[in-house]
Design a protein around this ligand. Structure first.
Ligand code: NDP
Length: 281
């Protein structure tokens, strides 16, 4: 089995990486190198700090250096688009790319975030969004990708609840006919509640810290997902568990969006179990 780190790097090793700023905290190298190692691939994955405004230079470098694939994180998700040969319908609708892959000699921008969450729900938690009433809290980049993916997965209703109303309305449109704008009270009527705001990020973990919605609206028939994964047990997930709802943390989405990227780059279906174990270390 190839060890992609350190001395086993060879002339033949394909290099992939993540571009962002800041990017040194990223868990992507851990996850993706675990996938390469588990599959015995002669690939390695690194983090590249790319300053704001230099996204096009990074894409040019990918072409020049023949990098095998790039993940894209803040603040470059929009800016890379102009430097690519084309983008998928998902990336075009979201106006954001989180993964760049080769198709022949062309560089194609994808967005695997929302599909990553839906895959995690289906495969890791046996929750199929088809036919479910869903509430998405937030309307930023993560929320938009999730709203679109829930609409595509056949959710009965995708209600967007956001602090800034206009952004909420724009996000709701991404779900197609199932999309609507709502209010916090709609959480009580939802099967699936997803926090895609940054509320809870960096909290001490457990019950301490702010909630993105009143805990009294949660109940035992619900699945409650928090996309925030630092900490893993957020105040929202602690509140969900306390009232008997099923808490789902944000690592599954992180793992599955990266797994989809690895598949696009290498053609190999990665071992998500190995990736998940690396992420939880
Ligand atoms: P954005 O900055 O694009 O969006 C942030 C959203 O949070 C906006 O809708 C904003 O509302 C809302 N928000 C922020 N602060 C508050 C507050 N105090 N009260 C109410 N709403 C608030 O961020 P992203 O969409 O990129 O990321 C959101 C979260 O999702 C982050 O914690 C991120 O780490 C996580 N994430 C997890 C992923 C995973 O794989 N698990 C993938 C991507 C992101 P408004 O529009 O009113 O400003």
């Amino acid at each position: 089995m190839a060890d992609p780190v350190g001395s086993s790097l060879r002339g033949s090793t394909r290099i992939a990486g993540v571009i962002g700023a800041p990017v040194r905290h990223s868990r992507s190298p851990l996850l993706v190198n675990a996938a390469f190692a588990a599959a015995g691939l002669d690939w390695a994955f690194a983090a590249f700090e790319v300053a704001p405004g230099r996204a096009a230079d990074a894409v040019a470098a990918m072409r020049t250096l023949g990098l095998g694939g790039l993940s894209v994180t803040m603040p470059h998700k929009h800016d890379v688009i102009a430097a690519l040969d084309r983008v998928t319908p998902d990336a075009a609708a979201l106006d954001a790319v989180n993964c760049i892959a080769w198709e022949g000699d062309d560089l194609v921008g994808h967005n695997t975030d929302g599909a990553g969450l839906v895959r995690s729900l289906r495969l890791d938690h046996q929750v199929d969004p088809a036919g479910l009433r869903c509430v998405v809290l937030g309307a930023g980049g993560a929320a938009r990708s999730v709203v679109r993916a829930l609409g595509e997965a056949g959710a009965a209703q995708v209600t967007v609840v956001n602090r800034t109303e206009a952004k909420g309305a724009a996000a709701a449109e991404l779900a197609g006919p199932a999309g609507r704008v709502g209010a916090p009270v709609d959480v009580a009527d939802a099967h699936l509640v997803i926090n895609a705001t940054s509320v809870g990020m960096g909290s001490p973990g457990g019950a301490a810290g702010p909630l993105p919605v009143d805990a009294a609206l949660l109940h035992g028939e619900q699945v409650v997902v928090d996309l925030v994964y630092l900490p893993l047990e957020t105040p929202l997930l602690a509140a969900a568990a306390a009232c008997g709802a099923r808490p789902v943390d944000g690592l599954g989405m992180l793992v599955h969006q990266a797994a989809l990227a690895v598949q696009l780059w290498t053609g190999v279906v990665p071992d998500v179990g190995a990736m998940g174990r690396a992420a939880r270390q």
